[in-house]
Design a protein around this ligand. Structure first.
Ligand code: 9MR
Length: 375
């Protein structure tokens, strides 16, 4: 009898304990929480997002990312449309957004041949300006912009896409007028304007062996001259089957070997067939629309979707493996509908290149990354 009573009391207390303990709430770990000890996880934002108009995207940005970069509003044609006129409205909104949300803010980009203000390298007749004039313009441009955001923008893509895929210098207007000297000058001017800011060289197609070597040469030259360069930005505009992880990894390691950090700065991966192989992000390349190269206007077939998620996950596994040399991984856009991939290299396709889908829902790879980073 005595034992039966004890047993009943034990059973009752067990049941009671079960009832009282609150059902275990699944703690939701977000991308930025999962990666917090590995590297910054950033996103490029557009002006609707920075101004808070695109509320669905803002929710995703704030919840998942701890770094932002301006997708377009700091490019010279926007921020410095005429020699004597700067337009800081959109750039200010972008920086305010980053600060309000306590994010690491990167400026993109100071010197780039593309989206360049038409006046920048020529005189009123359209002829190239002299080296002295171009130096002065570059100095003014860089000092004014970097100076305005001194202490607020923590890192700058000082130089964008100056090396060709074969490792040679791009024959941009800057190069035609100043030769290779324009690159060290840009880094010097940026450092003068904000000595505490990190300075980066940023480019695409970095897994090409010749380009890898060209960029390594450039970084070494800058370092030999005692100029500040903190990291190389590998843009990371991936295709379904190019580049290989092995070549990508070789470039990460080769850049780190020069003594700088590595950042993946513009990550996305097209799910669509490419009209040409080994494509980087050459914005001037454009191809005519045909239906065969826009095969998934209503959604990716399941097996393609799985392949996309697995390959993106493989890249994040690679980044996690080398977290000691990587300081930031930034995706080039919030949700699929925002991506430049929908209109390049063919206008008007439906692509699926980002971590969040058109309904702003995380793709499976987001959880895969979280699991990998927290295991
Ligand atoms: O995503 C940007 C797109 O909205 C612009 O139309 C395009 C114009 O040049 O630039 C895109 O961003 C580019 C970045 O600034 C530099 N690397 C390649 C990116 C994709 O073209």
């Amino acid at each position: 009898m005595k034992y039966r009573t004890i047993f009943a009391v034990m059973l009752a207390s067990l049941l009671l304990a079960g009832c009282h303990s609150a059902p275990k709430q699944e703690e939701k770990i977000t991308l930025k929480d999962a990666l917090k000890d590995k590297f910054l996880i950033g996103v490029a934002i557009n002006t609707d997002q920075a101004a808070g108009r695109d509320t669905a995207s803002v929710r995703v940005i704030v919840e998942n990312f701890n770094a932002v970069v301006a997708e377009n509003c700091m490019k010279s044609e926007v921020i410095h449309p005429e020699e004597d006129r700067y337009d800081f409205i959109l750039a200010d909104q972008f920086v305010d957004f980053g600060e309000r949300n306590d994010m690491y803010i990167t400026g993109h980009t100071l010197i780039w041949h593309s989206q360049l203000s038409p006046w920048f390298c020529v005189d009123e007749e359209g002829n190239n300006v002299s080296p002295e004039v171009l130096k002065e313009r570059m100095q003014n441009h860089i000092h004014t912009i970097v100076g305005r955001y001194k202490g607020r923008i923590k890192g700058w893509d000082v130089m964008n896409e100056a090396i060709e895929d074969d490792g040679s210098y791009r024959q941009s207007k800057f190069y035609q007028i100043l030769g290779e000297e324009y690159i060290p000058l840009a880094f010097q001017y940026a450092h003068e304007a904000d000595p505490d800011a990190e300075l980066y060289y940023n480019d695409y197609s970095m897994a090409h062996p010749e380009k890898r070597e060209g960029v390594v040469r450039l970084v070494n030259q800058l370092k030999e001259r005692g100029l500040r360069i903190d990291a190389v930005g590998i843009q990371g505009h991936l295709q379904k089957d190019f580049p290989t992880l092995e070549e990508f990894e070789k470039s990460m390691l080769a850049f780190a070997e020069t003594g700088v950090k590595v950042m993946i700065t513009e990550l996305d991966m097209t799910a669509l067939p490419s009209p040409f192989r080994n494509v980087g992000a050459e914005v001037s390349a454009n191809f005519e629309y045909t239906q065969e190269i826009d095969p998934y206007p209503h959604g990716l077939p399941a097996e393609m979707d799985k392949a996309w998620n697995d390959r993106m996950n493989d890249f994040f596994k690679l980044f996690l493996k080398h977290a000691d040399i990587i300081t930031r991984v930034t995706v080039w856009g919030v949700a699929d509908e925002d991506s430049w991939r929908n209109y390049w290299p063919v206008e008007g396709r439906t692509d699926y290149p980002l971590l969040f889908d058109r309904d702003h829902q995380p793709k499976p790879v987001v959880n895969m990354i979280i699991e990998e980073a927290t295991k």
